[in-house]
Design a protein around this ligand. Structure first.
Ligand code: PGA
Length: 252
């Protein structure tokens, strides 16, 4: 059983040095009040990685990395350059990368492997589009995305990643998957993961807010959230962290 609840912000191409400062102040105030099992992280634009002043229990992450070590790859950022900036986590395979920047499942798997080789925890995102769900292809689509990563990393590597189920139709749309819809997919994923499944955090992403976090996080196989829009608003983000805290303290 995964005993923590993970609250991970994804700022995407948003934020500023000023906002990083405000978040640092507020998170320093909030975090000591929360159970240690509430694991907070913020995945931010690369230029903001060093703009935070946080307790070291809060992890800072990036949103993408190159699958290559170094070299003539103009505009890319290597795993090594990220770790040098104190980065601990990196999102790979976000649906915006897959759709807008044509990243294939094989490339996503290579990026996850590159992250692991360099001591970064990859948060591997998978998810179906609305059309694919309507056509009954949800499990085929996410199964293919997951398999590419499993083949590249093997069982040992899989034990060190975090997974995020992010239905594309729920991202930035305000249309959250119902707790039951999300739980169904998470349980299926846990099953596909075999023996590593019990220990691997599976986060849900797609319009998570302070108002719906509790009902999502209390599902058996949902270990927390990857939060886009609501992670840019400190009050919303605090509300999500507190929902996770209430849940942990209730379980006691
Ligand atoms: P959202 O984004 O919370 O704004 O829907 C989630 C994500 O893209 O990770």
């Amino acid at each position: 059983m995964v005993s923590s609840v993970f609250v991970v912000g994804n700022w995407k191409m948003n934020g500023s040095v000023l906002l990083a400062g405000d978040f640092s102040t507020e998170l320093r105030r909030i975090q000591p009040e929360l159970a240690t099992e509430v694991q907070i992280a913020l995945c931010v634009p690369d230029t903001l990685l060093v703009s935070f002043d946080l307790d070291k229990k809060i992890r800072i992450g990036a949103q993408n990395l190159s699958e290559f070590d170094a070299g003539a790859y103009t505009g890319e950022v290597s795993a090594n350059l990220l770790t040098e900036q104190g980065c601990h986590l990196v999102i790979v395979g976000h649906s915006e990368r897959r759709q807008l920047f044509s990243e294939s499942s094989e490339q996503v798997a290579k990026k996850a492997a590159q992250a692991l080789r360099n001591g970064l925890t990859p948060i591997v995102c998978i998810g179906e589009t609305g059309e694919q769900r309507e056509e009954g292809k949800t499990f085929a689509v996410i199964g293919e995305q997951l398999l590419a990563v499993q083949q590249e990393l093997g069982e040992a590597g899989m034990a060190s990643i975090w997974l995020a189920y992010e239905p594309v139709w729920a991202i930035g749309t305000g249309k959250t998957a119902s707790p039951e819809q999300a739980q169904e997919v998470h349980a299926w994923l846990r099953d596909q993961l075999g023996s590593v499944g019990t220990e691997l955090p599976i986060l849900y992403g797609g319009s998570v807010k302070a108002g719906n976090a509790a009902e999502l996080f209390q599902q058996r196989d949902i270990d927390g959230g990857l939060i886009g829009g609501a992670s840019l608003d400190i009050n919303e983000f605090e509300g999500i962290c507190r929902a996770a805290d209430t849940l942990i303290k209730r379980k006691g």
